[in-house]
Design a protein around this ligand. Structure first.
Ligand code: PLP
Length: 240
């Protein structure tokens, strides 16, 4: 595939995903602007990430710290809001804070405390989402829904992070009905936390839905979807 053709394919894919998102939002009685696309660039080259920005895509996501740092540094000149969405070890927090706008994958109190401490030291205030293991699948990360709700008052201890909501992954790939139940669980937890958590935690953002289930997630209330492979369909081999 020539350069020109991967670019036009990427442009077409992006437009199509934004259209599908808008239709899903309308089906659930919401405006298309109420759902944000996080373009997950982990499968593709820096050129492709840069081209997405040229196409007007502002929110980019990465799930591995090393690649996240390299990318964010390489695209430092571009107007990008960077989202970190993958497992984050405590010893990788400080460097991640340098570039990140949103951390979606805060999966434990220990990690939240580490981010809080280092953000204070670095004079940063990242926006974070708490990752919840909604399905109970032991392969997935995150707080247990009941545990988080029971300890919600602890959230008031964290002043150097802005806690805006929840994130999840559906428990079992390819199970659309199960995914819908998982997304409903996350949304209902969000509503309960709005009542139980300290008032400075807004709980107005739900990051849920990936290539295979983002429309279901939007129907169930997602405000952010994290889409990778569907964006790069038809061009992956030419870019990696
Ligand atoms: C890779 C990844 C995505 C995107 O997955 P696709 O199925 O390729 O869209 C979303 N969320 C997380 C946490 C990821 O690691």
């Amino acid at each position: 595939m020539t350069n020109g053709s991967w670019m036009s394919r990427l442009e077409r894919n992006l437009r199509e995903i934004l259209n599908r998102m808008a239709r899903a939002a309308e089906r659930s009685g919401r405006s298309p602007e109420s759902v944000r696309l996080i373009a997950v660039t982990k499968y593709v080259s820096e050129d492709a990430a840069r081209y997405l920005v040229r196409l007007g895509q502002r929110d980019l996501g990465e799930s591995r710290p090393q690649q996240f740092w390299t990318r964010a540094e390489a695209l430092a000149d571009a107007a990008v809001a960077w989202h970190f969405i993958g497992p984050l070890q405590k010893n990788k927090v400080r460097k991640t804070l340098k570039h990140v706008a949103w951390i979606h994958s805060v999966e434990s109190w220990e990690l939240l405390a580490a981010i809080e401490r280092m953000a204070a030291e670095e004079g940063k205030r990242p926006t974070v989402l708490l990752e919840v293991n909604v399905s109970g699948n032991p392969a997935k990360h995150g707080f247990s829904p009941d545990g988080l709700l029971a300890e919600a008052e602890k959230l008031s201890q964290f002043r150097s992070v802005e806690i805006r909501g929840l994130m999840c992954m559906a428990g079992w790939e390819g199970d659309a009905a199960g995914a819908r139940r998982d997304f409903q669980t996350l949304r209902s937890l969000q509503e309960q936390l709005r009542a139980a958590a300290p008032k400075e935690c807004l709980f107005d953002q739900l990051s849920m839905g990936m290539s295979g289930d983002f429309e279901i997630a939007i129907e169930e209330g997602a405000t952010m979807v994290r889409v990778g492979s569907a964006l790069f369909e038809g061009i992956e081999g030419d870019l990696s």
